[in-house]
Design a protein around this ligand. Structure first.
Ligand SMILES: NC(=O)c1ccc[n+]([C@@H]2O[C@H](COP(=O)([O-])OP(=O)(O)OC[C@H]3O[C@@H](n4cnc5c(N)ncnc54)[C@H](OP(=O)(O)O)[C@@H]3O)[C@@H](O)[C@H]2O)c1
Length: 259
């Protein structure tokens, strides 16, 4: 397993090349742990000029992303949380499902590292999110709601209206609509339902599973695919690299061959 040191020079370099479509060359003088930080974040930062979609799940040792009461905030340790904020800083937009928006009232801003705030994107097909939700608050970042109903949103919030089929919005149409609006890289932050739909559609380039050393024994599961493989021989076996971030371990899974 690789230890990771996201030093200021490495992080500033990653922010400099963010979205530039260039590969990141190793720089003389970096330690092995700094080089590993480039291995972990480089593919998210550089993105080689095409749309890039990454999912991230912060989960317990037993694969839970929230307790039975829905408590989720401290599942990841401090380094795991900093990891999530770094991913936010490297993408154009961060996507959550409406249940996470309603339950967690997340701000989706970058606070634990330097870097820009991403656009906040909420999938709310039936218009359940109230106008005063924290995620819609005007702080200068773009706020976008993807919905299947005619519903006005607060001033400044962009609305993407898509057709639902059997209550579902197709992730490919979501990505296309966001690309047309200048958002070329996405972090799908949760919850499990939302990430699973992108994964099932084969649209995640990478998946980061950040595992924290806690056992919950119940609560929401991370991934729940609508059509999971029935036999182990059919299990998804991505190319995976493993990184140590403080108490947490991040599995970086490349889900698409060219990602
Ligand atoms: N540890 C972590 O990394 C992490 C991160 C985020 C959230 N969480 C936790 O996850 C839990 C919520 O997760 P969840 O899986 O229940 O819900 P979720 O993914 O947050 O939201 C699911 C809802 O979003 C809408 N939605 C998402 N994708 C859609 C699509 N493609 N088409 C149509 N509708 C779509 C649907 O809304 P409707 O129901 O209105 O149809 C769906 O029921 C919370 O407890 C939260 O704390 C954990």
């Amino acid at each position: 397993m690789h230890s990771v040191d996201v030093s200021d020079p490495v992080w500033n370099h990653l922010l400099d090349v963010r979205g530039a479509g260039t590969s990141i060359a190793a720089t003389d003088g970096w330690s092995e742990d700094e080089y590993q930080a480039v291995e972990l974040y480089g593919p998210v930062a550089s993105r080689s000029g095409k749309p890039m979609v990454i999912g991230q799940i912060g989960q317990s040792l037993d694969g839970r992303i929230a307790t039975v009461s829905g408590d989720t905030r401290d599942i990841s340790g401090p380094d795991g949380l900093a990891h999530l904020h770094r991913l936010r800083a490297l993408v154009d937009g961060v996507v959550i499902g409406v249940k996470t928006a309603l339950h967690d009232a997340p701000r989706l801003t970058v606070r634990l590292c330097d870097g820009p705030n991403p656009a906040r994107i909420i999938i709310d097909p039936r218009g359940r999110l109230p106008d005063d939700a924290a995620v819609l608050r005007d702080d200068g970042s773009r706020r976008i709601v993807i919905q299947a109903v005619d519903q006005d949103r607060p001033e400044g919030v962009e609305v993407v209206r898509l057709a639902a089929r059997d209550g579902l919005l197709h992730p490919e149409e979501i990505i296309q609509a966001l690309t047309e609006r200048g958002i070329h890289s996405l972090l799908i932050e949760g919850g499990g339902f939302t990430i699973s739909r992108f994964m099932e559609a084969g649209l995640l380039d990478r998946l980061h599973v950040a595992i924290s050393p806690v056992l919950l024994g119940g609560g929401s599961s991370g991934l729940t695919l609508p059509s999971p493989p029935e036999r182990l021989t059919d299990a998804i076996q991505p190319e995976t690299a493993v990184f140590q971030l403080g108490s947490d371990v991040v599995f970086d899974c490349a889900l698409r061959a060219d990602s």
